[in-house]
Design a protein around this ligand. Structure first.
Ligand code: GDP
Length: 196
């Protein structure tokens, strides 16, 4: 499925604009600058598919990507955790994301991206709370693993797994990745291909 040409399908800022739900859907979430666009580009093998470095116009949108003949749709969720985000922007994000999570029966898994240098932050925990409440399974993907030492990565994996153990909808298996070095991308693809 990942050897096909992936293309951008649509951007959605309102639940009424959602495309018809068909096949398996997966979504990617994370703080802004976590490396989400880079990971989607690495996953789909298309450099410019998801734009790297968020442009303000796209921050509050769900972006849909697909490939002819592939049974999976990839959704890029708006990044969160901007330092200067006004409260109404945060509220709009929560409303859009929560209604999407609750109202999308074919959404099989959310990949929650965590920067290996920072670990889980308060706003990641808030996102996990939304995911737990919506009962959508989420799996943590550690990004930019090339930026820390192997020993630090091992410590981070243990600490993160410990946090996830107490969360009802969290998947227990973590995926360390580096879009830059191509690390963990095959494992991520295998997880996606194994989804029902
Ligand atoms: P987004 O805001 O979550 O979509 O993040 P981007 O994909 O735009 O990445 C943010 C910054 O992190 C960019 O400068 C990327 O080049 C850098 N970056 C992303 N992934 C990696 C990675 O795996 N390794 C390293 N070293 N840098 C990365």
């Amino acid at each position: 499925m990942f050897n096909r040409p992936w293309t951008f399908q649509t951007s959605v800022a309102d639940m009424r604009q959602l495309p018809a739900s068909r096949g398996t859907e997966i979504a990617f979430a994370g703080r802004s600058n976590v490396g989400k666009s880079s990971l989607i580009n690495a996953l789909t093998g298309r450099k410019g598919l998801a734009r790297t470095s968020n442009t303000p116009g796209r921050t509050q949108m769900l972006n849909f990507f697909g490939a002819e003949g592939a049974s999976v749709t990839v959704v890029d969720m708006p990044g969160y955790g901007y330092a200067q985000a006004p409260k109404d922007m945060v509220d709009a994000w929560t409303k859009l994301v929560f209604s999407y999570l609750r109202g999308r029966p074919n959404l099989r898994r959310v990949f929650l991206l965590i920067d290996s240098r920072h670990g889980i932050k308060d706003n990641d925990l808030e996102t996990m709370q939304l995911l737990d409440k919506a009962a959508v399974v989420y799996q943590v993907v550690l990004t930019k693993a090339d930026k820390i030492k192997p020993g630090q990565l091992a410590t981070l994996i243990t600490a993160t797994a410990e946090i996830l153990r107490k969360r009802p909808a969290a998947h227990p298996v973590l995926i360390p990745t580096s879009s830059e070095k191509g690390l963990g991308i095959d494992l991520l693809r295998a997880e996606i291909c194994a989804l029902p």
